[in-house]
Design a protein around this ligand. Structure first.
Ligand code: 0O2
Length: 269
C-alpha cells in the first residue's frame, strides 16, 4: 500500500470546503439582509476522515492510489433547506456558478427518485479550483442539498448503518423506508403552507431588526436626556413590542429619530 501523507493530502480539500461554505453562507446573509426568503437554511462542510475514506475505498473496491478519482466526496458541502422548493433554487444557484468559480461534473436527483433505502437528497459533484503554493488545483467536491426533514432522516439512518456495520436488519430497514416516506410527506405538507410560513418569518425578522434599532437609539439617547425619560421610553417600547404591531414599532422608531435629531441640535446650540 503506497504511503500517503494524509495531512498534506487533505489540506486542499479542507481549503475547498472552507471557501465553498463561505460563499454559500455569504449568499444566505445577502438574502436575509434584503429581508428575502433564503433558500439556504444552513450550510455544513466537512472533509472525510481518513478512516472513512479507507473504509469507503474498501467497500467500493477503489485502490488507494486511485482514491482521488474513485472517492468523490472527500470534500463535502451540505446545504439544508426549509422547503423542497428551495432545493431547486439552490441547484440553480450552483449551476449559475458554472464557469465562474466551479465546474459541474454531474448531478443525481434522489429527491424525485429516492434511493431504495428511502434516502432523499440532491447531489451535485463539482470541481472547484483552489490556489496553492504550487498553483491552481481542481478539487472534487460533493454538494448535498436536502430539507431539514430529509437531513433528520439521513442522520438517523446513517447512525443505524454505523451501528449495524452497514447491514441494517430487514425489519428495521422496512420501518426506516416507512419513516422516510413520512418525512417526505411532512415536506409536502409544509410546502402547502410555505407562503404563510415565509411571510411570518419575514415579519419576525423585520420586528427583531426594528427592536434592535430602537434599543440602540434608546441607549444613545441615554446621555442626552433625563434617566426618567429613558425609563418612560423603555416602558413604551416594551408595551408596543408586546402588541406585535410592526406599524406601531415603525412609528416609535420614527419618534426616536425625531428625538435624537432634536437633542443633538440642542447640544450644538
Ligand atoms: P458520509 O459519512 O456521509 O460521508 P453519488 O454518486 O454520491 O451521488 P452514490 O454513488 O450512492 O451517490 O454515492 P455514495 O458514495 O454511496 O453516497 C455518497 C454520500 O451520500 C454518502 O456518503 C452519504 O453521505 C450520502 N448517502 C448516500 N446514500 C445514502 C443512504 O442511503 N443513507 C444515508 N444516510 N446517506 C446516504 P458516505 O460515505 O456513505 O457517508
Amino acid at each position: 500500500m503506497p504511503s500517503i501523507n494524509w495531512h498534506e493530502f487533505l489540506m486542499p480539500y479542507a481549503q475547498a470546503v472552507d471557501e465553498l461554505c463561505g460563499k454559500f453562507k455569504s449568499l444566505d446573509k445577502e438574502y436575509r439582509f434584503k429581508t428575502l426568503h433564503s433558500p439556504i437554511e444552513h450550510v455544513q462542510g466537512r472533509v472525510k476522515r481518513v478512516g472513512s475514506i479507507l473504509e469507503k475505498a474498501r467497500r467500493k473496491r477503489v485502490p488507494v492510489n486511485k482514491i482521488v478519482e474513485g472517492i468523490r466526496d472527500i470534500a463535502g458541502i451540505r446545504i439544508i433547506c426549509q422547503f423542497v422548493e428551495d432545493i431547486g433554487a439552490v441547484v440553480q444557484i450552483v449551476r449559475r456558478h458554472e464557469g465562474f468559480d466551479l465546474r459541474v461534473l454531474d448531478e443525481q436527483d434522489y429527491i424525485t427518485n429516492a434511493k431504495p433505502s428511502g434516502y432523499r437528497c440532491y447531489h451535485i459533484h463539482v470541481e472547484y479550483p483552489i490556489f496553492t503554493m504550487d498553483g491552481m488545483k481542481k478539487i472534487p467536491v460533493e454538494i448535498q442539498i436536502r430539507t431539514m426533514s430529509m437531513d433528520f432522516w439521513a442522520t438517523i439512518e446513517h447512525s443505524l448503518k454505523y451501528k449495524y456495520n452497514g447491514k441494517i436488519p430487514e425489519a428495521l430497514r422496512g420501518r426506516l423506508i416507512h419513516t422516510a416516506e413520512a418525512a417526505f410527506q411532512l415536506d409536502k405538507e409544509m410546502s402547502t403552507i410555505r407562503d404563510e410560513i415565509i411571510e411570518t418569518q419575514k415579519v419576525i425578522r423585520v420586528k427583531n431588526d426594528l427592536a434592535d434599532q430602537i434599543l440602540k437609539k434608546i441607549q444613545d439617547l441615554h446621555s442626552m436626556v433625563k434617566t426618567e425619560s429613558i425609563n418612560e421610553l423603555n416602558k413604551e417600547f416594551y408595551g408596543i413590542y408586546n402588541e406585535n404591531d410592526v406599524a406601531k414599532l415603525n412609528a416609535f422608531n420614527y419618534k426616536l429619530d425625531t428625538m435624537m435629531r432634536l437633542y443633538s441640535t440642542e447640544s450644538f446650540e
